[in-house]
Ligand binder design. Structure first.
Ligand SMILES: NC(=O)c1ccc[n+]([C@@H]2O[C@H](COP(=O)([O-])OP(=O)(O)OC[C@H]3O[C@@H](n4cnc5c(N)ncnc54)[C@H](OP(=O)(O)O)[C@@H]3O)[C@@H](O)[C@H]2O)c1
Length: 294
């Protein structure tokens, strides 16, 4: 089923993100009802044509599609739990940041309310909302996503649906952001090291970009294949050799007075992977130890 008319939408939570979501709906011509704890944040949206609900109940009653975007899941539950069956029959799209576990719990909770649940994660800032490149991740009810895909794409043209497990959107979001943080951290550590010889980060970036795009991104498909196969063949740069190199790197960072914690952690992972029998394998085999919670 796809949308043939513009679905009326209610937005609960008008912080920086909720306001941007409501604005995108109004711009697209949706009948939009808004509610926020601090009522004054609804004023600007009201001037753009939004209807102001006096209570959360009123907001939920106003539209078949309800978006909630507040600070965290605890607040989302404080606002919506008291409604009980008042949420029945609604499609609830929760764009409040949460863990995969919280998203799954919210999915189970919504089912007890006879509410169709979609969880979402927003990989965009408020000014990006409404742009074709903005990326929002959704998981949960497939039927709800298909029915409201066009409306949800008002928030970001690059949005995607990941599957019926409500935790998937959050899992992907956190996994992608973790990849981003780790990539940035690698560059920052490199820049700090060359900086000890007064090399500026801009000069370093020229070379770091080549290594990251050539080696890291160039090898990603093969790394992913080894992970998926659970098979780590002998590598031209075996882990046993890399572990020795890492020890030298740690000494270099230490000698130059730079933080060594991340490298020490990586060396620990590498040593444990070697000890587990992957001395001749490549870096992909580290995932075996990363999967273990120590
Ligand atoms: N901003 C971003 O760049 C960004 C990016 C991705 C995801 N997100 C996610 O989007 C969600 C909202 O973020 P935001 O940027 O809009 O944050 P925000 O500007 O700080 O707004 C927080 C919202 O939560 C409401 N709230 C806080 N405590 C409340 C309570 N006890 N009872 C009722 N309402 C309460 C606030 O209401 P009041 O106005 O009354 O305080 C406001 O509507 C978060 O989960 C955030 O992680 C944000």
């Amino acid at each position: 089923m796809t949308e043939t008319t513009l679905t009326p939408v209610s937005v609960i939570g008008l912080g920086a993100m909720g306001s941007a979501l409501a604005t995108a709906l109004l711009k697209a011509g949706h009948s939009t009802t808004v509610w926020n704890r601090s009522a004054e944040k609804a004023e600007a949206l009201s001037e753009q044509g939004a209807s102001r609900a006096a209570t959360v109940v009123e907001a939920v009653q106003a539209s078949p599609l309800v978006i909630v975007c507040v600070l965290d899941h605890t607040i989302m539950h404080e606002l919506l739990d008291p409604l009980g069956e008042g949420l029945a029959g609604r499609v609830l799209v929760n764009l409040t940041t949460g863990t995969p576990k919280q998203a799954r719990e919210a999915g189970a909770w919504a089912a007890t309310m006879k509410t169709t649940y979609l969880d979402g994660a927003i990989m965009a800032t408020p000014p990006m909302i409404g742009q074709p490149e903005a990326f929002l991740l959704y998981s949960g009810s497939e039927q709800a996503y298909e029915a409201h895909e066009a409306t949800l794409k008002r928030f970001g043209g690059a949005s995607s649906y990941f599957g019926t497990d409500p935790g998937l959107a959050s899992l992907y979001d956190i996994a992608l952001l973790t990849s981003m943080y780790m990539s940035f951290a690698g560059f920052l550590y490199g820049a700090a090291l060359v900086g000890t010889a007064n090399v500026d980060a801009t000069s370093f970036a020229t070379f770091a970009e080549g290594v990251i795009s050539g080696i890291v991104l160039g090898d990603m498909d093969e790394t992913a294949r080894q992970i998926d196969d659970g098979h780590y063949p002998d590598d031209a740069s075996p882990l046993a050799m890399q572990a020795a190199g890492m020890q030298t790197f740690i000494k270099a960072f230490h000698d130059e007075g730079i933080d060594t914690t991340i490298l020490e952690h990586l060396k620990g992972l590498t040593d444990r992977t070697v000890a587990a029998g992957h001395a001749e394998a490549g870096l992909a085999s580290l995932i075996e130890q990363i999967r273990r919670h120590v």
